[in-house]
Write a protein that binds this ligand. Sequence first.
Ligand SMILES: *Cc1c(COP(=O)(O)O)cnc(C)c1O
Length: 473
Amino acid sequence: MSLPREASRLNERRAYYLRPRVAVPGDDTLPRHMFVNGIRKQAIRFHPMHPDSPSWQRDGLPHVWMPYTQHQTAPLPLPVKATNGCRIILEDGRELIDGLSSWWSACHGYNHPHILKALHDQLEKMPHVMFAGLHHEPALTLAKRLCRIAPAGLTRAFYSDSGSTAVEVALKMAAQYWRNKGDKQRTKFLCFRHGYHGDTMGGMSVSDPEGIHQAFGGAYAPMQFSVDLPTDEYGFAEFQNLLDGLHKQMAGVIIEPLVQAAGGFRFHSPDMLAEIHRLCKERGLLFIADEIATGFGRTGLMFACGEAGISPDILCLGKALTGGALPFAVTLATETIFEAFLGEKQEKSFMHGPTYMANPMGCAAALASLDLFEQEPRLAQVETIEQQLRTELAPIRRISGVRDVRVKGAIGVIEWENGMLDLPKLRQRFPECGVWLRPFGNWMYVMPPFTISESELRQLTAALMQTAKEMGA
Ligand SMILES: *Cc1c(COP(=O)(O)O)cnc(C)c1O
């Protein structure tokens, strides 16, 4: 049986690296000669790298599962050979200027010699050792330094290995805090629409159920109270009413301060943040700031909480913590929270412990990253980036179909009307323009490394302008 020619070609285009078709004797849908190592040859031919495509790629692609990717329709991911400074170097030698800092983590650019040296030195001594009953210098020095620069009152660092885990830790800390204090009612969390706190079950339960987790049907959200972020007087009155009615069931509130990132790059003012903090604290809620995206200078100050003059009870950090070098995260807590876990009984201690907790390599990278914030003018660079983004993105506002252009620190966002963005086309266009950007939903955005040069940033904004014109109505 054979498919009509057109249909089968379409199938081949779609199927390339996702459905390795094993050539089984007797399978007459395609002749035997169309298979190489069990993968359809046509599929391989569609590969942009062919015929030089190396075997690791040809043989390996059918075995990986990419994140947030529709394998049936997505174009092939680009093969990266190396990174350097603010550039991503592809296997074919092309260099892309990086506008995303690898999901907002590489704040000093890639391969910074100071971080590389710290990693080499640490690797020689000890790549890893467990962190229970044992401890080591990098973990303790980092804890001390983080507590010194974090918003006032945070004194204890609990290490983990990803942002999502740092959020899980924060939620569990808050939940167990109340149980340890004998309050069994405060079990739920207050969270905000358009919020995003990670892809694990706990993080998902406090993220927007209609956001990127809608594939799970919001099944985990009913565990929590998800509300609109109050923005005006009416919103705050409503918010206060809700708190008054339900706060005794709430262990805490979790918020991305100033910028709700993955949920659509929505900004709110420091005043609003301070008011939300005040209302929640008045009613005893633990205030959890998720600064995994905003922390380490992204919004202008070292931490977004600083702009509102607030100190959270619990602070989650990840992403740029290691300057983008290694997966590592930390949850900071106040001494008051820590003390609620003290007592004679083992069950009162915090019942959580990732295998790779306080990984010395992660600690070494984070320490080196903190050095760079001290030794190099990072926050001044963020300010310069902010000015340049404001100037160069502003004209895009006039393109029809663009709903909003906004900038905060080293974050530039172009929000489009629904359905205006042809994402597959755009994702192909940006590399053609020599830049690495990955729009999603209705958003084109740029979050470059802070070390980016003026001309590199101009190439990013020029690519945004160019593609925006192509997308515009
Ligand atoms: C990215 C992110 C997370 C999740 O971090 P991972 O390292 O991807 O697990 C959580 N919260 C916020 C605000 C984030 O931006």
